[in-house]
Design a protein around this ligand. Structure first.
Ligand code: GMT
Length: 375
C-alpha cells in the first residue's frame, strides 16, 4: 500500500511510534510518505520505500501565528494526489486529524477518496484536547476520522468519557518494540561500565515536561544512593531539566547524576541500565517503559493511566502511589539489593515485552486496519 504518515517529528513518544511504524511498514514492502515540518528524529537519512515531504509554512508579516494546520492540509492533499496515497495515518489528534479531514474534503471534490486513520497517543486526549479552546475541534476530528486507534485501554476509555465518542469506533492498538534492537545481549557492557563505573545504573528518559515529575526521579535516586552505590542517568531535555538539575544540587548528589541531553538511539543506553524510573502523573502507555522492559530493565513508576497495562507491578517492576517517594525508593532498594529478585524481574520484563508488544505482533493489526479502511 501507499501510506501517508503525519506526526510530530521532534522528541516524544507519538513521533517515535509513528516513525518506527513507518520503518516497519516499509520493511514489509509498503511505500511510506512522512508529511511533517521536519525529518522525524528516529528516521535514518535514507531508507528504501520511505520519502519525507516537508511542510513549509513560509512567513507573512500579517501572521502572528502562521497557520501550520492549513499548510499541512495543503501538503497532505498534494502528496496524496502526486503519490496516489491509499491511506493517511495521523498521529496525535491536534492538529493532525483536523488537517487530514480538510485534505480529505479537498480530495473528495476531485473524486479521490482518502481514508484517514487517527491514532490517539495521550496528551492530545488527556490534556490539550480537553482544553476548552480545542475540545470541540478534537471531538469533531476524531469523529470524522475513518478509523481511530488508542494506544491503551485507559486512553480509549478516557476518549469515550471526555468526548462522548462511540466506544466501538476506537480500537486499542498498543505501542510496540523490536526485541532485536532493544536487547540487553546485543551490547557489550562497555557503555554500562562508562556510565556506572561498577555502580548500579538508574535511568530516566523523557521530554522533561511537568507531567514527567523529573524532580521525583532525582529524589527517589537520592534515597536509593544512600543505601546502594549507584548513579542516575537522565536522557532527554525539556522545560523541567533545570528544575531536576537544581534538585540534584540541592540534595548534594550532582556528582552522581548525569544529564545527557537528547539522544536518538536509546537502545544501547537502556541496555546498560539496572532500573528504569518513570514516575509520571499521567501516562497513556509509556513507550520508554516498554523499551526498558525489552532490554531486561525492571520499571518503577506510578499506578496511573495505561502504565499498568505495560508494567506488571511486582513482576516486571513496581507501580506505586503518585508522589510516594519513600515507597518508590524502598521498592528500588529491594529490587536492586537482591540479585535473584532483580534477575527474575528482568527475565519477566523481557518476556512481557516480547510476548505482548513485539513489532511482529502489533504491525499486522495496523495493516488490517488500513485494508479495512480502504475497503
Ligand atoms: O509524553 C511524551 O513523551 C510524548 C507523548 C507524545 O504524544 O508525543 O507521548 C504519548 O504517546 C506515547 C506513544 O504512544 C505514549 O507511550 C506516552 O505514554 C504518551 N504520553 C503521555 O500520555 C503523557
Amino acid at each position: 500500500m501507499k501510506i501517508g504518515i503525519t506526526c510530530y517529528p521532534t522528541y516524544g513518544g507519538s513521533g517515535a511510534v509513528a516513525t518506527e511504524l513507518g520503518l516497519a511498514l516499509a520493511a514489509r514492502g509498503h511505500e511510506v510518505h512522512f508529511i511533517t515540518y521536519a525529518q522525524p528524529f528516529r528516521l535514518p537519512a535514507f531508507s528504501p520505500r520511505i520519502v519525507f515531504h516537508e511542510v513549509s509554512i513560509g512567513s507573512y508579516p500579517l501572521f502572528q501565528y502562521p497557520p501550520y494546520d492549513l499548510a499541512l492540509a495543503v501538503r497532505m492533499h498534494e502528496v496524496a494526489v502526486q503519490q496516489k496515497l491509499d491511506v493517511l495515518h495521523v498521529h496525535y489528534a491536534i492538529p493532525h486529524a483536523t488537517s487530514a479531514w480538510l485534505a480529505k474534503q479537498m480530495l473528495l471534490d476531485a473524486g479521490h477518496h482518502l481514508p484517514v486513520v487517527t491514532t490517539l497517543h495521550g496528551t492530545d486526549i488527556t490534556i490539550v484536547g480537553q482544553d476548552h479552546s480545542y475540545h470541540a475541534i478534537t471531538k469533531f476530528s476524531i469523529e470524522k476520522s475513518d478509523r481511530v486507534t488508542a494506544v491503551s485501554q485507559y486512553l480509549k476509555d478516557e476518549t469515550v468519557r471526555a468526548f462522548g465518542c462511540d466506544n466501538r469506533r476506537v480500537e486499542v492498538i498498543p505501542n510496540f518494540v523490536d526485541p532485536a534492537v532493544f536487547d540487553r545481549g546485543a551490547y557489550d557492557g562497555a557503555l554500562r561500565q562508562q556510565l556506572g563505573d561498577g555502580r548500579k545504573v538508574l535511568m530516566h528518559i523523557s521530554n522533561f515536561r511537568p507531567v514527567k515529575r523529573v524532580t521525583d526521579v532525582v529524589q527517589i535516586f537520592a534515597a536509593v544512593r544512600r543505601e546502594i552505590p549507584s548513579v542516575l542517568v537522565m536522557v532527554g531535555d525539556g522545560p523541567d531539566r533545570s528544575a531536576a538539575e537544581e534538585e540534584a544540587r540541592r540534595l548534594d548528589i550532582e556528582g552522581d547524576v548525569r544529564f545527557l541531553g537528547k539522544i536518538d538511539g536509546v537502545a544501547p543506553l537502556l541496555a546498560s541500565a539496572d532500573l528504569y524510573l518513570l514516575p509520571t502523573d499521567q501516562e497513556s502507555f509509556g513507550l520508554s517503559a516498554l523499551e526498558a522492559q525489552a532490554c531486561g530493565v525492571p520499571v518503577l513508576g506510578y499506578q496511573v493511566g495505561g502504565l499498568p497495562e505495560v508494567v506488571e507491578s511486582g513482576v516486571t517492576g513496581h507501580l506505586g502511589r503518585v508522589g510516594d517517594i519513600v515507597g518508590m525508593a524502598g521498592a528500588a532498594i529491594d529490587i536492586l539489593g537482591h540479585e535473584d529478585r532483580w534477575q527474575a524481574m528482568s527475565t519477566a520484563a523481557v518476556r512481557r515485552a516480547a510476548g505482548n508488544f513485539a513489532t511482529d505482533q502489533v504491525l499486522p493489526r495496523y495493516e488490517a486496519l488500513y485494508a479495512d479502511a480502504v475497503r
